[in-house]
Each structure stands twice: as C-alpha cells, then as structure tokens.
Ligand binder design. Structure first.
Ligand code: C5P
Length: 307
C-alpha cells in the first residue's frame, strides 16, 4: 500500500444456525427467517486514497481467491461507489482485501468485504455516516451485508437484510469448517430449491425454539440447527452428504451445509471435540480445507488506523 492514510477493517464469516426459506417473492428474492452467527474466519479490508478505484486480493491460509473479481463488479468497489454517491463527494480508493473466508462457500465472504469497505471508507474520509444510512447502503449491496456490520448472533428477515441482534453471543461455540474444492453459485442453489420445493410456503419457517435456547449448552441447541437450502445444495453436490456424515461420525453434535454451500460446518461440544473432529476430517480433506473457528464474534471493526 502506498504512503498516506490507510484504515483496515476486519469482518467475519457467517453461518446460518437456522435458514428458513419461503416461496420466491415478486422481485425474485426469497423471504428468509434466519439466525445468523458470526464466526472467527475473517477478511481484512485496507483502504487508502487513490485517483481511481482499484482492488487487490490476496489469500490467507489455503483460501482460493482465483474466482474473486478485480474489476468494478467486486462488492468492495460497489460499496465504495455507493458510499461516495450517498455523500455526494468525489473520492476513490485503492482497496486491498486479504481473504480468510472461503470464496463462494456460503459464508458471506463477499458480503463481509462490502461491510468492511463501508466502515473503512467512512473512517478514512471522516464521513460520519449514520448507522441508519450505513445499514441502508449495506442492504443495497447484498442480503447478507447488514449482518456483516453487526456480527454476533442476529435474526435476519426480509431477504436477510433486516437484522436484529439476538442474545447468546457471549456463549463460546466451537466449529469445524470444511471447505469444498469448488464454490457453488447462490442463485443456482436458490433455483434448485424452487425446483425441489414447488409448494414452499410464502412464510418461511421461523426459528422460535432456537431463539429461545440460543444460550443453552451445545448439545441442547444441536437438534435445533436447520437449513432449508441444504437439500438443494446436496442435490447439486451429492458428495457433501459424505462430508456431513464423516464429521458427525467423528464426534460433531451436528453437521450442516453453510447457507447455500458448499462449505460444511460442524457444531462441536467444546474445543477438544472440535480439534478431534478436525483431526479426523483433515486426514480426508487436507489441512488447507479443514479449519477450526469459534463464534460468536464481532461484526466489521477497525483493526488498524494509520494516518
Ligand atoms: O442479496 P445477494 O446479492 O447476496 O443475493 C444473491 C442472489 O441470491 C440473488 O440474486 C438471488 O438469486 C439469491 N437470493 C434469493 N433470496 C434471498 C437472498 C439471495 O433468492 N433472500
């Protein structure tokens, strides 16, 4: 990064502890009732003044960043353009993204980057964007972007963009995350959901019991984890069923496809259980593809301020 002021913001990956999906709305989006949970896999976004928008992407650990666009279609540039348009200022930035969140993995990595870019550019330029405006801008960029701002545990409604914080974020949770060699397209998974669920209700399934038990011990919460997109993801990638079965056989309390997949996540009783499950899964999938992470963690936050 060239000399001058820069700001780095870190944003977490998300898991949907519950993902209830309804029949598509008139605008094509699906109504959701979801419980978001932020886990400790992060993307770091560093911004600095520049004459024109530019994006650089690098990988942390074994993340494959080859599919990340480096042009104006990257969500961080769209976030930056939306922010300057909102304030009516003429600014541009060079944006560096260090990706620790699997790409196209159903963990909202691109959304985390957009949330981080909004916060980083707001701080870089002292724009003092109100929280309400930041959430509106975030919602305009993608359904999962507002959650990237709040982190922790949150209820998501609408198409996922309406978020409300939930309790239980202070109870440490241990996850094993198994990434796939190739990503899945979110729209393609939703399309397969539509084919498999022609009678999906207009109102998605609500997570009442999960919300009530969010602070309970892991074994009590395990049976309440639920993902309506899982059958569609498994239909597109049948081999994921073997990954889920292997993780549960190795001692995970529950295995789940993360969001639209193909990343599989395993809810474990504690740190020792997570390490044991990760050890078994690493034999099959390799250490680059098996990660241990804790939840819940904070949303987008400044980690470096250089001015
Ligand atoms: O909002 P976002 O840009 O993340 O959505 C990506 C795609 O996922 C949408 O274009 C749509 O195909 C699908 N989607 C959906 N219903 C949602 C969220 C996403 O159908 N609630």
């Amino acid at each position: 990064m060239s000399a001058g002021r820069s700001v780095t913001v870190r944003a977490p990956a998300k898991i949907n502890l519950h993902l209830g999906v309804g029949a598509p709305r008139e605008d094509g989006f699906h109504p959701l009732m979801t419980v978001y949970h932020a886990i400790g896999l992060y993307d770091d976004v560093t911004v600095a003044d520049a004459d024109d928008w530019a994006v650089e992407v690098s990988a942390v650990g074994g993340v494959d960043v080859s599919a990340v666009p480096l042009d104006d279609s990257n969500l961080v540039v769209r976030a930056g353009r939306a922010l300057v348009a909102h304030h009516g200022v003429r600014r541009a930035a060079r944006i560096r993204v260090r990706k620790g969140i699997p790409v196209a993995g159903g963990m909202a990595g691109g959304s985390a980057d957009a949330a981080a870019a909004l916060v980083a550019l707001d701080r870089l330029w002292d724009l003092e964007t109100s929280d309400a405006d930041l959430f509106d801008l975030a919602a305009g960029l993608g359904s999962d972007v507002p959650f990237g701002l709040v982190g922790g545990n949150a209820l998501g409604t609408g198409r996922g963009e309406v978020v409300e914080q939930l309790p239980g974020a202070d109870v440490p949770r241990w996850w094993v995350v198994v990434t796939a060699p190739a990503g899945l397209s979110t729209p393609a998974v939703y399309r397969r959901f539509d084919e498999l669920s022609p009678d999906a209700p207009a109102e998605p399934r609500a997570p009442h019991r999960l919300v009530a038990f969010l602070s309970d011990p892991a074994d009590a919460v395990a049976p309440l984890l639920h993902n309506d997109l899982q059958p569609a993801a498994l239909d597109l990638r049948p081999e994921l069923a073997d990954v889920l079965a292997a993780g549960e056989a190795a001692g995970a309390l529950r295995g789940l496809v993360s969001g639209s997949g193909p990343t599989c996540v395993f809810w474990c009783a504690d740190a020792d259980a997570a390490r044991a499950v990760a050890g078994v899964l690493t034999e099959e999938h390799g250490s680059d593809r098996v990660l241990v992470a804790t939840g819940a963690v904070a949303g987008a936050h400044v980690v470096e301020y250089d001015r």
